[in-house]
Design a protein around this ligand. Sequence first.
Ligand SMILES: [Zn+2]
Length: 348
Amino acid sequence: MCSRKSIESSSGVFDFHQDMDACLAAFDRNCDGQLDYPEFKELTKALFRDSSGNSYEVEETISQNTFDIFDKNSDGQIDREEFSFCWHKWIKTIVKPMSALLIIDVQNDFICGTLDIRNCSAKQNGEDVIGPINDLLETVDFDAVFYSYDWHPEDHVSFIDNIHLRKVHESSPIKAEEAKVFDTVIFDGERPMSQRLWPRHCVQNTWGSELYKDLKVVKDAQKIYKGTNPEIDSYSAFWDNSKLTDTKMESQLKRRNITDVYVCGIAYDVCVGATALDAIQSGFRTILVDDCCRGVDVSDIERTKDNVVENYGVVVSSCQVADMVKGLDRRPELGYKLALNLKKSSTS
Ligand SMILES: [Zn+2]
């Protein structure tokens, strides 16, 4: 006998905090104990909603691909066993994500020190990130907060005044004697390495490498130090630029069962962008908090956002974060990204 309950609860939205069988029954319109594609599409409509309850538009190919991922035996139906996987690994994460805020390099040198980004082409002011980041820390209940530090030794490869310490490769378009700040040279070595040259900045244990004084530092936060190897730069807070050594951030996030990472800080188009892309690659649902970032170059900032969006991350404003962390605002791109990750991990 059919035990289907109405999809519409009293508030007009299915409550995904009910159990798995209630959910399956609610969307199984023909009461055959499984979901066909149209039924699954109804489920995704109810799942991907903003905090006011309005459904997000989901592209047909994305809906169909997602259905195919959960219809593991490709018989056109998500049966109860397949739905169990979908429920536990996908829907539960979307409804109740575990969220971390990654605050990237909000340090003196980038705001008012030797690499003050006001002097870069975008003419942005790093201090502008402080207010919105502090608001996030005060109003959003993140499951973990990380602060990264650009943390260089004196002889770091990225400092223009250290250029004489290493040999520039013959293929470098810019020679050592003509190199200027922001130029990119190629250093000689086992593998020739491209390196953008920056003013000396964020030297370990100096004022320039301290977090900016007005940034709120929450207790139990994790600190991540990057760029500590003199021979290689590290834009991402996950890996150095050649992906030789990781900072242990990925394992720390995974140990806390984090599913979603919100990335903000300085510089948008350099360390924030590199961190966001590595987060996506490491399988986290990744959100750039646009108004909590300031960068170096306007077109590079736009490219950073495009890159994140193309990889099923999202770019949001800080006022949207609280509802996303609570699982009230549920984005289809992030849901699709999770489904793709599940497919990848079940085939590998
Ligand atoms: Zn640096």
